[in-house]
Design a binder for this molecule. Structure first.
Ligand code: HEM
Length: 553
């Protein structure tokens, strides 16, 4: 009898295991073979083409090959020496008589030297496929399919579509999860709308204006450190690599503005986030599941993620214990987490708080700091614009510090920032996932498909912006965005549609404060050490940083 029972248990266990195994196999077959095939043939039937994907890896081998070919066509040694002589040239020319007597020559030389059409180097595969298959094509990164769209009429329709059926892709929360968690940047649907409702009021324009004073204070302390470096180096000039200073500055601003000045651990959190960002962009091979493999890189990512999460939670709990009169963003997130916890068990209270703080930390400081770096690089390279903007700032602020009213009047500075964000948008893709079949123009995007809009490709499209699309010309924004381009939807550095950047007003005001204060206190040119090489590390940043020769005015 006992033996019979044993047999029975063994049989049941075996059939449970084999059913589970078969279900897993079917799931894998569906995810890895059937679904991608269905998506691609659905689009192919509508005349959309793209490079043929291979099993599991999709088009990754081809992406690697195209990048390799692109790299080989411009050997690094040659690039380095060219670039060195270029930046030497720029640094020297900016201050000698040649630039005054032959400004047209200097300008055109510079445009030839520091080429702004970097997207074709950083994403050569997208450029190649666009040339081969047209402005709408389909490709696969590992097992994730993307419908890449740079057709302006389609982009226009997508930007007007407000339904949550076009949400954040599910792969993003896995892919960027360690950095951004399940915060608003990565979540879709229910959690997202709740989070956005909590966070959005913090970024209303009237609230942001009150933060100008706080931004000025933070900037002044950075500029004081530059002054002492100039004094200590002697000769009235110092070579300063500005990127990390600007990163700390924007980190300081976001800490004070959104999380209260008692956010003492901010420094450490930011530096860990930066290491995490670098580690993640180094290791990512685009195959789903690869994040979960116990590689050395992934172990490093998990360790950093844990450290960051516990640091944030520690600071939040300290803050809750201390209590606060100010209703800042942190307070709102904590209250939001309490109310959300009552209505949902989708995500724990602690995770809700940590993920949203991480989101704002990363979204709010990295992008702004990089934009400030690019903007100062461009103002160094185009001294005539540096002079023009400085004259405007000095006229508006006299000898004082900028306030919200003054910032509004800085039209030339706004044009320069807009042009910087056109040529060097730090966030390079708007990414969405169709949660059900959605029709745009005459294309039905199948449910589950990811949509990718490459921001730089749109913003440097000569058909939309004219033959000078690759050239730095802030003048094009003199009549606003509508005057600069036939289609305002082709200018989307802050994204598009219902999920545009929550912090865009905040970012524009912060950039104006930082840049106007720098311009009113210093003049600057490119250091011979500057090496122009935009690189993609989840955001587009200067690979070797921006090194400037800075003089006190
Ligand atoms: C120059 C600076 C910035 C740039 C270029 C930028 C760009 C972007 C872009 C492209 C998106 C994605 C939008 C989309 O998918 O359509 C985004 C989302 C977001 N950004 Fe920014 N951003 C900047 C600064 C900031 C700042 C300062 C904050 C906060 C203080 C912030 C908070 C956010 C948040 C919370 C989202 C997610 C919105 C959502 O999904 O609902 N950003 N940003």
């Amino acid at each position: 009898m006992e033996a019979e029972q044993m047999m029975m248990v063994v049989k049941i266990t075996f059939s449970v295991i084999s059913t589970g195994f078969l279900a897993l196999l079917f799931h894998l077959y569906n995810v890895l073979v059937l679904k991608p095939k269905r998506h691609i043939s659905h689009l192919q039937n509508q005349g959309i083409r793209g490079p043929p994907p291979s099993f599991m890896v999709g088009n990754i081998p081809e992406i690697k090959r195209i990048r390799q070919e692109n790299h080989q066509s411009a050997p690094p040694a040659q690039q380095q020496s060219q670039s060195q002589s270029r930046s030497n040239f720029a640094a020297v020319i900016a201050h000698d008589w040649f630039s005054n007597v032959f400004p047209h020559l200097q300008r055109s030389n510079f445009d030839a030297i520091i080429a702004h059409d970097w997207p074709s180097n950083v994403f050569p595969h997208l450029q190649k496929w666009r040339d081969t298959y047209g402005p709408v094509f389909v490709y696969s990164s590992g097992n994730i399919q993307f419908l890449c769209i740079s057709d302006i009429e389609l982009v226009k329709e997508i930007s007007l579509y407000t339904s949550l059926n076009l949400g954040k892709p599910s792969y993003l929360s896995k892919d960027r999860g360690p950095l951004l968690g399940q915060g608003i940047l990565t979540s879709s649907g229910q959690i997202w709308s709740h989070q956005r409702n909590i966070i959005a009021p913090q970024f209303y324009l009237d609230k942001v204006k009150k933060m100008v004073h706080l931004m000025v204070e933070a900037t002044i302390s950075t500029l004081k450190s530059w002054e002492s470096r100039i004094e200590s180096q002697g000769g009235g000039v110092a070579d300063i690599k500005i990127d990390d200073d600007l990163r700390s500055l924007s980190g300081d601003v976001i800490s004070r503005a959104c999380f209260g000045s008692s956010y003492c651990k901010g420094e450490e959190i930011f530096s860990n986030l930066r290491t995490l960002q670098k580690t993640m962009s180094k290791g990512y091979i685009g195959i789903p599941g690869s994040r979960y493999m116990p590689t050395k890189n992934n172990r490093e990512i998990w360790k950093l993620e844990k450290e960051i999460d516990s640091m944030i939670l520690e600071v939040v709990n300290q803050r809750i214990e201390q209590g606060s009169q100010d209703k800042d963003l942190l307070q709102m997130i904590v209250e939001g987490a309490e109310s959300y916890g009552i209505s949902s068990n989708l995500i724990s209270r602690d995770k809700f708080i940590v993920d949203n703080c991480k989101n704002i930390y990363f979204a709010g400081h990295e992008t702004t700091a990089i934009t400030a770096s690019w903007c100062l690089m461009l103002l160094s390279a185009y001294p005539e614009w540096q002079d023009r903007v400085r004259a405007e700032v000095l006229e508006i602020c006299k000898q004082g510090f900028p306030d919200a009213n003054m910032l509004r009047r800085m039209k030339t500075l706004t044009m320069v920032i807009q042009e910087t964000l056109r040529l060097y948008p730090p966030a390079v893709f708007v990414i969405r996932q169709a949660l059900e079949d959605i029709k745009f123009k005459d294309i039905v995007i199948p449910g589950g498909m990811n949509v990718q809009i490459p921001i730089p490709a749109l913003q440097q499209n000569t058909d939309l912006w004219g033959s000078d699309a690759h050239i730095f010309n802030p003048e094009r924004f003199s009549n606003g965005i509508n005057g600069a381009c036939k289609f305002p939807q082709a200018y989307i550095p802050f994204g598009t549609g219902s999920r545009t950047c929550l912090g865009q007003n905040f970012a524009m005001i912060e950039l104006k404060v930082i840049l106007s204060l720098i311009l009113s206190k210093f003049s600057f040119s490119l250091s011979p050490a500057y090496y122009h090489m935009p690189a993609f590390r989840l955001v587009v940043e200067p690979d070797h940083g921006v090194c400037l020769q800075i003089r006190k005015l």
